[in-house]
Design a protein. Structure first.
Length: 84
């Protein structure tokens, strides 16, 4: 957690909130990604609900990109068997 001129209490509160959001909102999705959470200074001023909305938005974007990559339109057509 970067300090951004905040106290240890504020850093630990933000860390606990992000850890809980990860446990509740990111891990159960089973997304095939390694996710790194980068904290910006504005995150110290956000409440739990705003942080949750941000995490939900990112998870939805990742889920969409995963489903697009796995969609049948994105995959090449299967090879046709040759008649010999």
């Amino acid at each position: 957690m970067p300090r951004y001129r905040h106290s240890a209490v504020a850093r630990n509160l933000l860390k606990r909130r992000l850890r809980e959001l990860t446990r509740l909102r990111i891990l159960p999705t089973g997304l095939p990604y390694d996710i790194v959470v980068r904290v910006k200074p504005e995150a110290y001023d956000d409440g739990f609900t705003q942080l949750a909305a941000d995490v939900d938005r990112v998870v939805a974007q990742l889920a969409r990109s995963t489903s697009n990559a796995r969609s049948p339109e994105a995959a090449p057509p299967p090879p046709t068997p040759s008649a010999s």
